[in-house]
Design a protein around this ligand. Sequence first.
Ligand SMILES: *[C@@H]1O[C@H](CO)[C@@H](O)[C@H](O)[C@H]1NC(C)=O
Ligand SMILES: *[C@@H]1O[C@H](CO)[C@@H](O)[C@H](O)[C@H]1NC(C)=O
Ligand SMILES: *[C@@H]1O[C@H](CO)[C@@H](O)[C@H](O)[C@H]1NC(C)=O
Ligand SMILES: *[C@@H]1O[C@H](CO)[C@@H](O)[C@H](O)[C@H]1NC(C)=O
Ligand SMILES: *[C@@H]1O[C@H](CO)[C@@H](O)[C@H](O)[C@H]1NC(C)=O
Ligand SMILES: *[C@@H]1O[C@H](CO)[C@@H](O)[C@H](O)[C@H]1NC(C)=O
Ligand SMILES: *[C@@H]1O[C@H](CO)[C@@H](O)[C@H](O)[C@H]1NC(C)=O
Length: 366
Amino acid sequence: MKIVQFHNMKNNTICAIPWRSNKLLYCAYVLAVFWFFMYNMEYSSHTYTKQTAEEVQRETSIWKYYSLPKNVVNPINGKFLIMNTYICERDDPYMLVIVPSKPDHIRIRNAIRKTYGTLSRDKNSYANNLKIEHIVRIIFVIGKSNNNSIDNATDTENDIFKDILKVDMIDSYQNLTRKMLHAFKWINLYCANVTYILKADEDVFVNIAMLLKQLKQNKPYYKGNIFGHIFNTDDHLQVQRENTKWGVKFNEYPLDKYPSYAQGTSYTLTRNLIDKIVNTSQFLPYLHIEDVFITGIISNKIHGAQLVQLNGTSNWGDSKPVPCYFVQSGRTAQTLMTHKLMYATWQAMQSYNETCQPKESQIAAR
Ligand SMILES: *[C@@H]1O[C@H](CO)[C@@H](O)[C@H](O)[C@H]1NC(C)=O
Ligand SMILES: *[C@@H]1O[C@H](CO)[C@@H](O)[C@H](O)[C@H]1NC(C)=O
Ligand SMILES: *[C@@H]1O[C@H](CO)[C@@H](O)[C@H](O)[C@H]1NC(C)=O
Ligand SMILES: *[C@@H]1O[C@H](CO)[C@@H](O)[C@H](O)[C@H]1NC(C)=O
Ligand SMILES: *[C@@H]1O[C@H](CO)[C@@H](O)[C@H](O)[C@H]1NC(C)=O
Ligand SMILES: *[C@@H]1O[C@H](CO)[C@@H](O)[C@H](O)[C@H]1NC(C)=O
Ligand SMILES: *[C@@H]1O[C@H](CO)[C@@H](O)[C@H](O)[C@H]1NC(C)=O
């Protein structure tokens, strides 16, 4: 038998196998390639397999239940222990930033207060040479800890800054969705005229100027918009059933995949979604995966809001922030910020040349 040469195809040979004399070998070869191809299809399409008729019917009926729920099962009725209703009454902000924060994380709250939390038209502020053209206000949403002295400290902190919304619930990751829903209820009650709501985790730095610039380019959709880092591929939508922080039980969410959603480190909502979210959430099984529940299930899937991908937004796959790069690349938001990185990013933003460009004397010395 001849040696198989894959690159040298002649008239009556394929892969250098003489056709007439080696029919059997050729057939085996074709079958092997075919099998290999099918095997891989089967393997890689594991998560893409077509749904059976029953599966489609089950999914349809579940979404029907989700869209036309009957009874309130999770009332949003926690007491507001600190309210600060003056924030919107007095200043009529265009954008409200909601930062869910842990009661004892005063250091990171102070970093936000002194950095991107100051970006607002009335403070005459700039970021990346962009002037802020709107009033922006920030509020930190916290629950209660199991420690009186920490809870008292947040009261004292609020006496100074008057920017805390304290809800009567234990502050925990499991309660994050509930905490956000209470913040949305507060918006309905006391900040009804706001145009955009930005939710940002406390370890996220947001370049408000960049965000406002991108929002301005967007035509609003009448059912509402959610802007951010959109997850819409199978690997991000797979429900995790393990007993971990992100694990979800069948009675909390019965399907294998989530609808597309905006990643929760930071996302922006239009005002018209807020009452829909607060209302609808009370009829559904509680889901502690806050971004999926609020932006995916309720806003996008049930109420038909449009998910919009913004440039340079944060997600939990972010690499460690590099302040000068954050500013230079014009990023909108980035997670994994410590209080020190927030101050450094702010410094780079306020005086980029001094902070990030090598000094002339340094260049001369080279
Ligand atoms: C409560 O918090 C304070 C301040 O962080 C700390 O010093 C104290 O040990 C805490 N008490 C308990 C019981 O954890
Ligand atoms: C917290 O404040 C309450 C009411 O002001 C007070 O009774 C209590 O002693 C304080 N607790 C601590 C640990 O400071
Ligand atoms: C959530 O908050 C409620 C109200 O304070 C509390 O009863 C519950 O234990 C909290 N859940 C978790 C998982 O922390
Ligand atoms: C919203 O605007 C209307 C009309 O300008 C005003 O009457 C109302 O008090 C405002 N509501 C809030 C919560 O600021
Ligand atoms: C994102 O960046 C691309 C390429 O630079 C640009 O075409 C697009 O308009 C940007 N999107 C938004 C919402 O600004
Ligand atoms: C609240 O949700 C229920 C159930 O989806 C719906 O019937 C009702 O019309 C909603 N109310 C408002 C004010 O949106
Ligand atoms: C910063 O440096 C660039 C060139 O390196 C220059 O064009 C710009 O005017 C400088 N900005 C300020 C505020 O000095």
